[in-house]
Design a protein around this ligand. Structure first.
Ligand code: FAD
Length: 467
């Protein structure tokens, strides 16, 4: 029997659930990847994610070629390409790792239907999470909507069994012998090289392994340093988790076994990731609107000029601006700053959280619908287990607390580099500013007054209908 293994957000060979299943159930396996035109056609040519995927595929191809096989890469709509590939190679089954996003579920349904017309089937398996769908439910059989009890139930269910690696590399002799086929170039696909190397973003399995090895040395200090954007305190693995260039089981296993306070806090973050994934699975409407119905009709003024100032890092609030410029420059933003900028957009600028969610979705290299939507709904207080509506981050005190020496600000807002450690967090409040520096000319004055906006936000959120 022959099968296809359809790679999507699992661009690796080790501990790969779908590849393992394909190799176990078939005598001959062909690995395939489809550049999905339905997704690609909506993206700008400079999209870094396509660049990241492309380099990851290049590495995957290299590994498969070394084994006498190859990765067949095509560009088109999966609903057309996958059945054609299955026909061409005489495959009866197509194996893939399960994806929980609404659009991906629809795509898979359409592919499965087309395959079934040909007498073939699509089999999907759990790969990108430790627990999926209905595996962690409340005592009443309902999905959890509060994180802490979800985490407790998640940890209670965890046994070494769930962390075991799939020995996907043990039957590699069953990979089809294939003549080498070229990888379409980025230019052929309508994209450009975005300079990932210059940014220090290493794609593929090797990039993930290098980051993980480095983070492994620092994990014990994660709890202490994770909130300070100027410090190398976090793992930077999000893009690799997004595209599956490293296995979640390997990461969770390491953190679980390590057991230090830092590792336990980090494992908690991996559980947040699954919390939001199961939430999206059970409540797909969150992708469109507030989880909580009472927040669906908030009358956000949505000032477009202020929104543009936020996007371009010109709000006059140094930490917010530094964060937005980090996003523009590197396609990444530190978690603390995602919380600060999201809160600032919604509760200081009074802009609908979905505007910010969409902007992050365009810019983040690690963009993930479940995590991004969860993060935005958390910051906007519209989510299930969110920041209470009356809790509003103060962008100045956040800056003093988490970037006390202004190191991060100086890196991304160089026009403030000469300000002292006090003035840099709120230049408009400084008694003295460096000679030659003129606020309003060299750096914007704050576009809003935080105290005033806070009062307005409280009024806006306070007006919501009662739950
Ligand atoms: P680490 O601190 O090393 O954490 C390890 C991993 O845990 C991350 O790689 C990520 O997969 C997961 N994780 C950590 N925090 C969270 C969280 N709060 N929610 C879900 N998963 C988490 N994360 C994304 O992967 N994609 C997004 O599009 C995304 N958008 C966000 C938007 C907002 C408004 C907020 C507040 C958070 C968002 N996050 C998102 C979560 C978090 O900010 C990033 O996962 C994290 O900053 C990535 O850096 P890291 O890999 O070094 O994280």
């Amino acid at each position: 029997t022959t099968a296809l293994c359809w790679f999507r957000r699992d661009l690796r060979l080790d501990d790969h659930a779908a590849l393992h299943a394909a190799l176990r159930h078939s005598e001959c396996v062909i690995c395939v990847f489809v550049f999905d035109r339905d997704i690609l056609d909506r993206l700008p040519a400079q999209d870094r994610r396509i660049d990241f995927i492309w380099h990851s595929l290049e590495e995957l191809k290299e590994h498969l070629r070394a084994l006498g096989s190859d990765l067949v890469v095509v560009s088109g709509r999966p609903v057309d390409c996958i059945p054609v590939l299955a026909q061409e190679h005489g495959a009866g089954t197509v194996w893939a790792s399960r994806d929980y996003e609404p659009a991906a579920c629809q795509r898979d349904k359409a592919v499965a239907a087309r395959l079934s017309q040909l007498g073939k089937k699509l089999e999907t398996v759990k790969d990108q999470v430790i627990f999926e769908q209905d595996e962690v439910l409340t005592g009443n059989g309902k999905p959890y909507t509060v994180f802490t009890p979800y985490r407790n139930a998640w940890l209670k269910k965890l046994t070494p069994f769930y962390l075991q690696a799939y020995p996907s590399t043990s039957h590699l002799d069953r990979l089809a012998r294939l003549a080498e086929t070229p990888l379409p170039s980025l230019a052929d696909l309508g994209f450009t090289d975005t300079g990932l190397g210059r940014l220090g973003i290493l794609a593929g399995m090797s990039g993930a392994a290098a980051l993980f090895a480095d983070f492994g040395q620092r994990i014990e200090h994660y709890q202490q340093w994770r909130d300070f954007p100027a410090v190398k305190g976090v793992s930077y693995l999000s893009v690799h988790l997004r595209f599956g260039t490293i296995s979640i089981r390997q990461l969770a296993q390491f953190a679980w076994q390590q057991g230090s306070a830092g590792a336990t806090t980090w494992l908690n973050e991996l559980i947040w990731r699954e919390f939001y994934q199961q939430l999206l699975w059970h409540y797909p409407h969150v992708a469109e609107e507030s989880f909580k119905p009472e927040y669906r009709q908030l009358g956000f003024p949505n000032d477009e000029t202020q929104f543009a100032a936020w996007c371009t890092g010109r709000t006059g609030y140094p930490l917010v601006d530094a964060a937005m410029r980090q996003l523009e420059h590197s396609s990444y933003m530190h978690n603390r700053l995602r919380m600060v900028t999201a809160s600032f957009l919604v509760k200081d600028l009074l802009v609908d959280w979905r505007w910010g969610e969409r902007y992050f979705a365009e810019k983040l290299i690690d963009y993930d619908l479940a995590a991004n939507n969860g993060g935005w709904q958390w910051a906007a207080s519209t989510g299930c287990d969110a920041q209470p509506w009356f809790r509003i981050f103060n962008p100045v005190t956040q800056s003093q607390k988490f970037d006390p020496e202004g190191k991060f600000i100086r890196r991304y807002v160089p026009e403030l580099a000469t300000l002292d450690n006090q003035a840099i967090h709120a230049p408009w409040q400084a008694k003295t500013l460096p000679d030659g520096f003129l606020l309003g000319r060299d750096y914007p004055r704050p576009i809003v007054d935080h105290a005033e906006q806070r009062t307005q936000a409280l009024a806006l959120f306070g007006l919501r209908p009662k739950a």
